[in-house]
Design a protein around this ligand. Structure first.
Ligand SMILES: Nc1ncnc2c1ncn2[C@@H]1O[C@H](COP(=O)(O)OP(=O)(O)OP(=O)(O)O)[C@@H](O)[C@H]1O
Length: 238
């Protein structure tokens, strides 16, 4: 599936009676990258989950390549090309690396697994290890690779660097950049590490209490210490 555009209009969503997202609108062109910033609890994960059909939606629409997917359930959205790598990583700890990857293949041939090992050579070295034997970084690689094997046209990465050592973050960021530059997928990147978020994408949105409070070019945000201090909690970059 080639990269797809994403068009979110007036999206309000939450859990049960709890409204979290309010009137969220943004667009990402096919093959584009968008970083999503915001402090803890501001609605970033809820936005990812809502795009995947995992929350309760009260209003608004989600378009993929001009097609309205708002009425589709999670499986329909996955078939329609949206792939989520959740913050919780959610690998099968009792299965080997290779078995986990088989799950991601869907109806693709088994040899496609080599794509995952090419992107993350470390997974190839660990292919016979159980998920439970992997480090946090390796688990993140596995969760990412499993989603990518499904060839999503829109990839949602929810805080993939959380809790990982800098050297592992660098490996993951290199892989994400490789995926992005291949042009095969549109990527939304939720991240609290400001430098990584700004380096990754040219466009950024900031969420504050479920609303978009700032949207624009990462270069403009980089230069705006007041906005960074107010919504991201840092006064500037060094
Ligand atoms: N399952 C749930 N039921 C009810 N409220 C929830 C649920 N999950 C999250 N929330 C609430 O929704 C709000 C937004 O949470 P969310 O996890 O989307 O924020 P976040 O920006 O991703 O935060 P973090 O950076 O800590 O992951 C918070 O107030 C949170 O308590």
């Amino acid at each position: 599936m080639p990269a797809a555009s994403l068009d979110v209009r007036g999206l309000s969503a939450g859990y049960g009676q709890t409204h979290v997202l309010e009137d969220v609108s943004f667009s990402v062109p096919a093959g584009g990258r968008l970083s999503i910033l915001g402090r803890n609890g501001m609605g970033k994960t809820t936005l990812m989950a809502t795009l995947m059909g995992l929350t309760r939606r009260y209003a608004g629409s989600i378009g993929v390549d001009g097609r309205d997917v708002t009425g589709l359930r999670t499986t329909g959205r996955a078939r329609g090309g949206i792939g989520l790598v959740p913050q919780t990583r959610e690998i099968f700890k009792g299965l080997t690396v290779e078995e986990n990857l088989f799950v991601g293949l869907k109806d693709r041939p088994r040899r496609a697994i080599e794509e995952a090992y090419a992107l993350f050579p470390r997974l190839g070295e660990r292919r016979r290890n159980l998920g439970s034997q992997l480090s946090g970084g390796e688990q993140q690689m596995l969760a990412t690779a499993r989603t990518i094997l499904g060839q999503p046209s829109i990839l949602l990465l929810d805080e993939p660097l959380e809790g990982l050592a800098p050297v592992i973050c660098d490996m993951l960021m290199a892989a994400f950049a490789q995926l992005a530059s291949s042009g095969a997928m549109t990527i939304l990147f939720v991240e609290q590490r400001l430098e990584s978020a700004l380096d990754f994408a040219e466009e950024v949105i900031i969420l504050e209490r479920g609303r978009i409070v700032w949207a624009g070019a990462s270069a403009a945000l980089r230069a705006d210490g007041a906005v960074l201090e107010r919504y991201v909690g840092v006064g500037g970059l060094h």
